[in-house]
Design a protein around this ligand. Structure first.
Ligand code: ADP
Ligand code: ADP
Length: 238
């Protein structure tokens, strides 16, 4: 079955049509770039995939389950299978890197501050392993707001992987980073996703980053899909 299935998804905000009749199937393990200018609907699309937005019409199904009607426990369960990475990282600044990663086990970004020992040992071990995997083991006990942007995004990526999701969503994950960190973070996302066989959907506005990274490129303009092609087919003509 598809990892993600959108069928005639339409979403309006007042007079703005943010998504206009979007139909899209994404297979497990596929690495998809959502490419479009600011305001083209990328965030809105991603936010429908973990129930942060409700469609006006059409349907959204993730890992075989309809998202729009999911509530409470069902929605938390769905979100635990879908990791999300944000442009502004969305870490809790005064907490350590390790605490922020552990928060990923709670299905909420800003849950109560729990002492490290409130987490079962297996979770503490997994969080430490994930921090090592993103190259930050020496920073585990450093406050998140003292880390560089690239390091903060690494923490956020580790947090998104805490519940061992099957899908990873990234909303402009490098838009706040310098070019070198951007390359590093995109490479890291790709490597972690490949290692785990995750489907990734990543929104970007830079064509150069998109073509080298995705296996598939979906272009959005004013809420419509205006391009859907294998990345390699675009690289030649670029
Ligand atoms: P992005 O381009 O990454 O979506 P924005 O600055 O456009 O960033 O949006 C930031 C947040 O504000 C998002 O959560 C988005 O849903 C919301 N947003 C965007 N446009 C509007 C708007 N016109 N009115 C209210 N909220 C908006
Ligand atoms: P992108 O992520 O590609 O920058 P968005 O999905 O954030 O685009 O926005 C698509 C359109 O919907 C834009 O015109 C934006 O201003 C509008 N929009 C997004 N979120 C909101 C919101 N919460 N309220 C009003 N308008 C919004």
């Amino acid at each position: 079955p598809a990892a993600i299935q959108l069928d005639s998804l339409t979403k309006r905000y007042g007079d703005t049509v943010a998504l206009d009749d979007v139909t899209l199937d994404i297979a497990p393990g596929e690495r998809t770039v959502l490419l479009g200018l600011s305001g083209s609907g990328k965030s809105t699309l991603l936010r429908h995939l973990n129930g942060l937005e409700q469609p006006d019409s059409g349907s959204v199904s993730v890992l075989g389950a309809p998202v729009a009607t999911a509530r409470g426990r069902e929605l938390r369960q769905l979100r635990s299978r879908v990791g999300f990475i944000f442009q502004q990282f969305e870490l809790v600044g005064p907490r350590t890197a390790l605490e922020n990663v552990l928060t990923g086990a709670l299905s909420e970004l800003r849950g109560p501050r729990l002492g490290l020992l409130a987490y079962p040992k297996a979770l503490r071990v997994r969080a430490a392993e994930l921090l090592a995997e993103v190259g930050l083991e020496e920073r585990a006990f450093q406050r998140a707001d003292t880390l560089s942007g690239g390091q903060q995004q690494r923490v956020a990526i580790a947090r998104a992987l805490m519940q061992q999701p099957e899908i990873l969503l990234a909303d402009e994950p490098v838009a706040s980073l310098d070019p070198e960190s951007s390359q590093q973070i995109m490479a890291l996302i790709r490597e972690l996703a490949e290692r785990r066989g995750l489907a990734v959907v990543c929104s970007l506005h830079q064509v150069e980053l998109a073509l080298g990274w995705g296996s598939r490129v979906v272009g959005l303009r004013a809420g419509k899909v205006v391009l859907d092609a294998p990345a390699h087919s675009l690289d030649e003509s670029a």
